[in-house]
Design a protein around this ligand. Structure first.
Ligand SMILES: Nc1ncnc2c1ncn2[C@@H]1O[C@H](COP(=O)(O)OP(=O)(O)OP(=O)(O)O)[C@@H](O)[C@H]1O
Length: 247
C-alpha cells in the first residue's frame, strides 16, 4: 500500500484542470476487521466538483476518510497531486452539539494545521477567518455558541472552518443535507466559486440537485465503483430510485 503526497516546498506540482488531483489504483480500505471499499480505481479531476453518490452504507464517507488521510488504505495505491493537505468538513451530526466553542473559535480551528493549536494566530490568519465567515454569511454569528445554532447555521460554520484551511482540496460529507433551499443554493454557488479560485471539491451527497450540478459523479455500490461520469448520463431513473429511496 502506498500513499504519496507531494511535500511542501518541493517543486510544487499543482494539479491543473483536466488532470487528476487524486488517483487511486486497486484501493481497498475500511475499519478493523471490516473491508468497506474494494479495489477502487478512481481519478478525482482537479479544479472540478466531484459528487460521491450511492445508497446508505455504500462507502461514501469511508472514501472521504481515505481522501482526507484519516483512514489508511489496506491495499492499493493513492496518489495526491498537490502540495497542501486536504480540508475535511465532516457531517454536521459528527460534531458534538455540546462543544463549548463560539462560531469564530470553530472557524479559527481551521488555522491550527498551519499554526498549531497553541500558537497565536497571525493577522493574516485572522483575515483568512474573517473571509471564510463572510463567504458563508456567518459574520454576525461570530460570538454565538456552536451548540445554540440551527443545523444550517452550524453546517455553514463547519464549511467556513474547511475554507479557513486554505487547501486546494476540499472534502465535504453531505454539506447540504437538511438545509433549506436558499442555504443549499448558497453552498452550491460557493463551491462553484471555489473551483474558479483553484480548489478541487469532493462532496458525498444525497442531494440530487447537488449531484446533478457536479462536474462528475462517482456512484458507489457496496463499496465498489458502480459507475463514474457525467451526472446527467449517470443519474438515470433506475439509479435515482436506488440511490434516493427514502431511508
Ligand atoms: N467506524 C466504523 N466502524 C466499522 N464499520 C463502519 C464504521 N463506519 C462505517 N462503517 C460501515 O462501513 C460501511 C460504509 O459506511 P459509510 O458511512 O462509508 O457509508 P455511506 O455511503 O457514507 O452511508 P450514508 O449514506 O448512510 O452516510 C457501512 O456498512 C458502515 O456500517
Amino acid at each position: 500500500m502506498k500513499i504519496m503526497f507531494k511535500k511542501h516546498g518541493v517543486s510544487p506540482a499543482v494539479a491543473k484542470r483536466g488532470t487528476p488531483r487524486v488517483r487511486f489504483t486497486g484501493l481497498s480500505a475500511g475499519y478493523p476487521g471490516r473491508t468497506v471499499l474494494h479495489q477502487l480505481d478512481v481519478e478525482i479531476p482537479a479544479l472540478a466538483i466531484t459528487a460521491l453518490v450511492g445508497p446508505n452504507g455504500s462507502g461514501k464517507s469511508t472514501l472521504l476518510g481515505v481522501l482526507a488521510g484519516v483512514i489508511r488504505p489496506t491495499s492499493g495505491e493513492l496518489r495526491h497531486v498537490g502540495n497542501r493537505p486536504p480540508a475535511f468538513v465532516p457531517q454536521r451530526g459528527a460534531v458534538g452539539d455540546a462543544l463549548p466553542l463560539t462560531v469564530r473559535q470553530t472557524v479559527e480551528m481551521g488555522r491550527w494545521g498551519a499554526r498549531g493549536p497553541w500558537r497565536r494566530l497571525t493577522r493574516q490568519d485572522h483575515a483568512t477567518v474573517d473571509t471564510a465567515m463572510e463567504r458563508l454569511g456567518i459574520t454576525d454569528l461570530a460570538t454565538r455558541q456552536l451548540g445554540e445554532l440551527s443545523g444550517g447555521q452550524r453546517q455553514r460554520a463547519l464549511i467556513a472552518q474547511g475554507l479557513a484551511q486554505e487547501s486546494d482540496l476540499l472534502l465535504l460529507d453531505e454539506p447540504t443535507t437538511g438545509l433549506d433551499a436558499e442555504a443549499r443554493d448558497r453552498i452550491a454557488a460557493l463551491l462553484t466559486d471555489l473551483v474558479a479560485d483553484g480548489v478541487t471539491v469532493v462532496q458525498a451527497t444525497h442531494d440530487l440537485e447537488a449531484a446533478r450540478s457536479a462536474d462528475i459523479c462517482l456512484l458507489l455500490s457496496d463499496g465498489r465503483l458502480a459507475e463514474q461520469g457525467d451526472p446527467e448520463r449517470l443519474l438515470t431513473p433506475s439509479t435515482l430510485a436506488r440511490t434516493w429511496q427514502p431511508a
